[in-house]
Design a protein around this ligand. Structure first.
Ligand SMILES: [Mg+2]
Length: 225
């Protein structure tokens, strides 16, 4: 029995499912910190930046701040010398950091061949919490610009709100019950999808193992079996 038996369509998460976002982010932070402040310990900087990203991106996902505001809040907390900086100075600082992460963008092993093979068989889309323009750029870098993109900045609500999955299924033309969501985030890609009536598969590639209510894969190519 294949994991996708009975499925009419597949939705993939993007960051840390198709694009190895965490590795690129950590490499970007290390390069950026070396550039701005050679005295700051890169290992410590990576840990602090990760925590700030998690906290402030959650506020964006909850609709409490805009996409740009969550970036600026991270910078103010991260760099003492930017504590009182104006927005345009913060935005320039973020661009400098981001250029370093973007230089390190690379696919998750097996992601491209898996998406292309599945897209030849059934509708495949990407459902991601993030800004549409940025997420589209990531798909272009991966060579997956043809894959339909559903980004939370253009959806009624971000994952794990059921409206996110419903909107993506409607666009793909698939019934939720016959659509499979694949992603690395237990809340956004597994539990939320199942609440919306989709099937889910947890792509578990890093971090601490949790208890999954759905099948678990550690390599995306398992979907092709
Ligand atoms: Mg993810």
């Amino acid at each position: 029995m294949g994991l996708l038996d009975g499925a009419d369509a597949v939705l993939f998460d993007l960051d840390d499912t198709l694009l190895d976002y965490s590795t690129a982010r950590d490499a970007g932070v290390r390069a950026w910190v070396r550039e701005v402040d050679g005295a700051r310990h890169p290992g410590d900087a990576v840990r602090v930046w990760r925590e700030l990203e998690e906290r402030h991106f959650r506020r964006y996902s909850a609709g409490e701040v805009t996409f740009d505001e969550q970036r600026r809040a991270r910078l103010r907390a991260f760099w003492p010398h930017l504590g009182d900086a104006a927005d345009d100075e913060l935005d320039r600082a973020f661009s400098a950091y981001f250029a370093h992460t973007e230089a390190a963008w690379s696919p998750v092993p097996g992601a491209i061949e898996t998406v292309k093979a599945l897209a030849a068989r059934m509708p495949v889309g990407v459902l991601t919490n993030g800004h549409a323009e940025l997420q589209a750029r990531k798909l272009r870098v991966l060579g997956l610009a043809d894959v339909p993109l559903f980004a939370s900045s253009e959806l009624p609500a971000p994952k794990p709100d059921v409206r996110a999955y419903e909107a993506a299924c409607t666009e793909l033309g698939s019934a939720p019950v016959r659509t499979v969501m694949v992603g690395d985030d237990l809340t956004n890609d597994v539990e939320g999808a199942m609440l919306a009536g989709l099937r889910a598969i947890w792509f578990f590639a890093r971090g601490a193992a949790g208890t999954s209510p759905a099948p678990v894969i550690t390599d995306l190519r398992e979907l092709l079996a």
